[in-house]
Design a protein around this ligand. Structure first.
Ligand code: ZN
Ligand code: ZN
Ligand code: ZN
Ligand code: ZN
Length: 390
């Protein structure tokens, strides 16, 4: 047992870990790295809770709070759980960020910190807890894991010449506090940087995206889904079947409360599609076509006849123009309203049955393909024009 904090070793181990598993892209994709480390896995408190209940370890129903209290040492962020029956270690993390008010960046740091304990072989009995450790040993382990985490997320050899708190936050997806400490280290304590360099690296697109709002609930969505076809992000109170932007069937990328996973896996790619603001009943307060003020009880705009509520039409997109009815549809009548689902203002398709939405049907929203093509084109321009010295 070493008595001193092994600062340089902790930092260099972080660089070696990145190099060994060929992790070259920043913001660091934590799930991708953990996937490559033998005998290390990651799971949210909620996933662990579900797994335990499925395997019926106990006659009593296990709650997420129980998992947090008993398996994660009461941590609000993350903890390391060493399995007694195998060589495996599991990083448990809190995915319910909305309820706890914790940022995704803080969870990222905590997960990186737990990877640090694992890689640095901090010898805890069953989990990272104070149990069985003197307080000075505990403090040493914590500081080493923190040094590892900061380096793993922000290897200084990948920094550009001008480093600032805002740049670090954007390029490495870290909290303000973590970025401030790094800037402070760079300017005042350069000796506290790792002594080895990461050979290959590239900075990917920052994870800038807007989470779609839920007009039907102040609490936001319970389930989020990322669509790999149109890169759109949608949400709902139940798992969604169809993508609301492109209408394609979603391939099981819907996580209960676990927005953190979507952030980690797809953060840099998420597309923002245009929307029309609607209220909690899916109704607009201004006509999206002629901009007249409308009454909340109006189904149709009294000026131009546009249907004012976004909902399922029950009609499916088709290449045959004759199968698509286009005139004299009464959407408020049940026979024309499909599955009856009220939809948010950005919905081109019904998330429940995949039919066209009333806003999509009336061409009030730009077709997703048009917006997607524009975005892809501007991304290509971004890459080719970037930081050329001539
Ligand atoms: Zn720790
Ligand atoms: Zn889609
Ligand atoms: Zn109108
Ligand atoms: Zn529907």
């Amino acid at each position: 047992m070493s008595k001193n904090i092994r600062w340089t070793l902790a930092r260099n181990r972080a660089i070696q870990t990145l190099g060994k598993f060929s992790i070259e892209t920043f913001p660091l994709q934590l799930f991708k790295l953990i996937d490559k480390i033998p005998h290390l896995a990651i799971m949210s408190y909620l996933e662990m809770c579900k797994q335990l209940n499925e395997q019926a370890y106990s006659n009593n129903h296990i709650s997420v709070d129980w998992v947090q209290e008993h398996l994660a040492d009461g941590s609000q962020d993350a903890a390391l759980l060493k399995m007694s029956n195998s060589k495996d270690t599991i990083i448990l993390y809190n995915s319910d960020l909305f309820a706890s008010g914790i940022t995704k960046q803080r969870i990222r740091y905590s997960i990186a910190h737990e990877i640090g304990h694992f890689v640095l072989k901090h010898n805890f009995q069953t989990m990272i807890a104070r149990d069985g450790l003197s307080s000075s040993e505990y403090i040493i382990y914590e500081k080493e894991a923190d040094a590892f985490a900061a380096t793993l997320l922000m290897p200084s050899s990948t920094f550009s010449n001008e480093v600032s708190v805002s740049k670090l936050r954007e390029q490495y997806d870290v909290s303000k506090q973590a970025a401030e400490i790094m800037v402070d280290t760079l300017t005042k304590k350069p000796f506290a940087l790792p002594s080895i360099r990461l050979q290959n690296f590239r900075l990917s697109k920052p994870r800038n995206y807007a989470i779609p709002s839920d007009p039907f609930s102040l609490l936001g969505f319970k389930y989020y889904a990322y669509c790999s076809n149109c890169r759109g992000l949608t949400g709902g109170s139940s798992p969604q079947v169809f993508c609301t932007y492109c209408g394609s069937k979603l391939k099981a990328i819907s996580y209960e409360y676990d927005f953190f996973k979507i952030h980690e896996l797809f953060g840099g790619q998420i597309m923002k599609y245009s929307e029309i603001k609607v209220d909690s009943s899916g109704h607009v307060d201004t006509c999206p076509r002629c901009q007249s003020d409308v009454h909340p009880n109006d189904f149709y705009c009294p000026i131009c006849g546009t249907y004012l509520i976004n909902q399922c039409t029950g009609m499916f997109e088709t290449n045959d123009p004759f199968t698509m009815q286009s005139e004299h549809l009464n959407f408020e009548l049940e026979e024309n309203s499909g599955c009856g689902m009220k939809l948010p203002g950005y919905a081109r398709f019904c998330t429940n049955c995949g039919a066209v939405s009333t806003f999509g049907f009336q061409d009030l929203l730009h077709p997703w393909r048009v917006e997607y093509a524009k975005k892809i084109q501007s991304d290509v321009t971004d890459i080719t024009d970037q930081d050329l010295p001539f």
